[in-house]
Design a protein around this ligand. Structure first.
Ligand SMILES: Nc1ccn([C@@H]2O[C@H](COP(=O)(O)OP(=O)(O)OP(=O)(O)O)[C@@H](O)[C@H]2O)c(=O)n1
Ligand SMILES: C[C@](O)(CO)[C@H](O)COP(=O)(O)O
Length: 248
């Protein structure tokens, strides 16, 4: 599938090994269908839509790499891009590290993109890549929040939780993917930052722990994460709107 002699520069790692517990019973989330096409294929196409991305590494469910390889073979994907599939781990952090381990030499910039954000527009992908090429070691797309956020003391589920404070909303951003990195910085972060339990919630947070600068570029409403059943309804609506717009 991949020709290791090609001069790669930017690769995208797509962690897709999650089970999708919050989405409810069914196949692993990345393999579930959106308008008849697996969510993962939408996400792979979203990364390969950028002419800067020369390699996409898909991190499959631990025992699902052969199935994911078949899926990639069965769907039309841009031929200028190469595709690799590796098995993932128990946490998102571990899955991303396994994807990084599979990168060939010659890659200088890495995007990490959730399979669960299948509809990110290519302009957002390119904006992240451009900021990395301009010298930022870590770049995250993000949006201002619509809701006010409270910090609470987590308690027994279902019981009222005491409020500890209200962060100034204007300073908060909801972070999306793809997050873009100078390769060496991201590899160093994954080697240095050990997070027990569920692991780090995102890669930029690990780079922050190294003390390296992280910058935000504008995210996009369509880069939302499919997490709960209502998100599937929204994703289908976005795809229907795209189809309608393509028709004109
Ligand atoms: N062990 C894991 C856990 C998550 N992911 C990936 O990380 C991304 C973001 O995770 P999330 O949306 O939380 O997906 P799930 O872990 O599948 O969802 P849930 O927490 O509801 O089970 C997803 O593309 C998911 O496939 C991964 O590659 N390996
Ligand atoms: C990386 C991420 O999508 C940024 O918002 C998010 O942290 C992933 O969290 P999840 O709980 O693994 O979905």
């Amino acid at each position: 599938m991949s020709d290791q002699s090609r001069p790669y520069r930017t690769a995208a790692v797509i962690p897709a090994a999650g089970r999708g517990v919050r989405l409810g019973p069914g196949a692993p989330k990345a393999l579930r269908s959106l308008s008849g096409t697996p969510m993962l294929i939408h996400a792979v196409r979203a990364m390969a839509a950028s002419r800067s991305v020369s390699l996409v590494v898909v991190v499959a469910p631990p025992d699902g790499a052969p199935e994911v390889k078949n899926l990639l073979d069965e769907h039309a994907l841009p031929e200028r891009t190469d595709y690799l599939v590796v098995p993932g781990g128990d946490t998102r952090q571990e899955s991303v590290r396994l994807g990084l381990d599979a990168l060939p030499e010659g890659i200088s910039a890495v995007l990490v993109h959730d399979a669960a954000r299948p509809l990110v527009p290519v302009d957002t992908v390119d904006a992240v890549i451009e900021a990395v090429r301009d010298g930022a070691p870590a770049v995250v797309p993000a949006l201002p929040l619509a809701d006010t956020v409270k910090e609470v003391e987590p308690g027994v589920p279902g019981e009222p939780e005491p409020v500890l404070g209200t962060p100034v909303r204007a300073r908060l951003r909801a972070v999306q993917t793809p997050q873009g990195f100078d390769r060496d910085t991201l590899v160093r972060a994954h080697a240095a930052v050990a997070v027990s339990g569920e692991g780090a919630t995102d890669d930029a947070g690990m780079v922050e722990q190294l003390g390296a600068p992280v910058v935000v570029v504008p995210g996009h409403e369509e880069a939302f994460k499919v997490t709960r059943p209502l998100d599937l309804v929204l994703a289908e609506a976005v795809l229907a709107r795209r189809r309608a717009n393509d028709g004109f």
